[in-house]
Ligand binder design. Structure first.
Ligand SMILES: [Zn+2]
Ligand SMILES: [Zn+2]
Length: 348
């Protein structure tokens, strides 16, 4: 195949308008990997970006969750576990490119690399152009971690790996490897809250979930969580990103406990009034988690392979939309009816 002519149809956000543009990609550089997206998902932070809640370049290539197949790659490329990757392999990938050399990369903060490039956050008019997953093709830079996806892990189970599942794995790491039987509360049962809940249950915790949407609370109970009975809790993971959720998280944590803040990704929308003495006196540890490391991503993929089938994808994922119905998909995503709205860019 002549990759000089690789075309990608990409969902482009310009202001508040989303349109699909077909862009001819230049020849791939050494180290880059071209992926055909089989299934993409709309993350809550895509909606924040569309609604103007955070700064974004004009003509942004939208989307950072997806699973697909390699269409062009250097010979000898390996994934994060050292497995060779070749054309045709199904893969998931991290949502950012890092340099691996700067002070942040070398101190465990690769997601805050001084030369960070984040998929779903970049202009479609500058190299490598195809940086959104809501597209037929995405081009990965050489520093993006990749994992091969085994056949037993379907696209629907793998589609949210690059953000929600890996962020949940990072939140659990911040919770400090919870011990068996520990009482935990998850505030907010969107995709991140759902994966956190299931991972905590896998770790043997007694998990309660609080979410104002009755359908979400009901699903959480069916998945093995109980209703929030008031705590106190050794671990509280705040995944709603609402001021009320953050307030509730601080109130529910036990003496010596940890509050993991993971939902508040939209500056200015989660301000609360806080008396620091309430945390000091209870010896509470508060940790903010934004994105994840390669290790978190690896643990997320491993968890999906072992436990991913416990997630009822037919209920938590929307029906499949296509690039032609992107507007409807984005409207559906704003209802919160599904943990993830999914888009099949191969469909018409
Ligand atoms: Zn995301
Ligand atoms: Zn770096």
């Amino acid at each position: 195949m002549n990759y000089d002519s690789l075309l990608s149809s990409i969902a482009v956000l310009n202001g508040t308008d989303v349109s699909v543009e077909t862009i001819r990609l230049p020849p791939r550089s050494v180290g880059e990997v071209d992926i055909r997206i089989d299934l993409a998902a709309v993350c809550g932070s895509d909606i924040h970006t569309i609604l103007g809640h955070r700064p974004a370049p004009a003509r942004l290539a939208l989307g950072h969750e997806g699973v697909g197949r390699v269409v062009d790659i250097d010979q000898g490329t390996v994934d994060l576990q050292g497995a060779p990757i070749a054309v045709g392999d199904r893969v998931v990938f991290m949502m950012f490119n890092k340099c691996g050399e700067c002070s942040r990369c070398t101190s465990g903060l690769e997601m805050k690399c001084n030369r960070l490039m984040k998929y779903g956050h970049e202009s479609v008019d500058v190299p490598p152009f195809a940086t959104g997953t809501i597209a037929t093709h995405v081009r990965l830079l050489g520093g993006v971690g990749i994992r091969k996806v085994p056949d037993e892990l379907p696209d629907a189970a793998a589609v949210a790996t690059s953000c929600a599942v890996s962020t949940a794995a990072a939140a659990l790491a911040a919770a400090g490897s919870p011990s068996f039987g520990a009482k935990a509360l998850v505030v907010g049962y969107g995709a991140v809250g759902m994966y956190c809940t299931s991972m905590l249950i896998s770790a043997g915790c007694a998990v309660s979930v609080s979410d104002p949407l009755p359908a979400r609370s009901e699903l959480a109970r069916e998945m093995g969580a109980s209703e929030d009975a008031g705590g106190p809790y050794a671990i509280v993971i705040e995944a709603s990103g609402s001021a009320a959720g953050v307030q509730a998280a601080f109130e529910a944590v036990d003496v010596g406990g940890r509050v993991i803040l993971v939902g508040s990704v939209s500056p200015g929308n989660t301000s609360i009034t806080l008396d620091p003495a309430s945390l000091v006196i209870r010896r509470v540890t508060v940790i903010g988690v934004h994105n994840y490391t390669s290790s978190d991503f690896n643990r997320a993929v491993d968890w999906l392979i072992e436990e991913g089938s416990t997630i009822p994808t037919s209920r938590v994922l929307s029906p499949r939309f296509t690039l032609d119905t992107i507007d409807e998909a984005l409207q559906e995503a704003q209802t919160g009816r599904y943990q993830r709205v999914i888009i099949d860019p191969t469909g018409a």
